[in-house]
Design a binder for this molecule. Structure first.
Ligand code: ZN
Length: 128
């Protein structure tokens, strides 16, 4: 299983609809930085802000993450490598001047959307 980030999960759709309600314009599932081979879930190009909606299991949320008992060694490696990849993605984006926001699937989408809204506005202001 190479890629478990699936498109249009329920938490992702909920977040997008909250962002839309706040009047934000964004792109979905794009690779915003040419030489960084990572696709972000929601992209604000002018603010240079990328949003990833992370599943609690796959990305190791403190509250809901955990290693399955069957094949636990394999799972531990798998989940560790997912987390390492997330850290690597964040670093690559930041190095290119982008901000990264990670939203857990368990988060209230309205709260997450307000946080993103604030960041987008401040980053667009800084740039102009
Ligand atoms: Zn969680």
């Amino acid at each position: 299983m190479e890629r478990q980030r699936t498109r249009d999960t329920a938490p992702e759709v909920a977040l997008r609809s909250e962002l839309h309600r706040l009047g934000l314009r964004y792109r979905v599932h794009t690779r915003p930085i040419g030489d960084v081979r990572r696709v972000a879930d929601v992209v604000f190009r002018s603010a240079q802000l990328a949003v990833f909606v992370d599943g609690c299991f796959w990305h190791g949320c403190q509250e809901h993450g955990g290693v399955p008992k069957a094949n636990s060694g394999w799972w531990r490696d798998k989940l560790d490598s997912n987390r390492a990849r997330d850290i690597d993605t964040d670093a690559a984006f930041r190095q290119a001047g982008w901000e990264v926001v990670r939203v857990w699937e368990h988060e209230d989408p309205a709260v997450a959307a307000r946080r993103i809204h604030g960041l987008v506005r401040s980053r667009v202001r800084e740039a102009s």
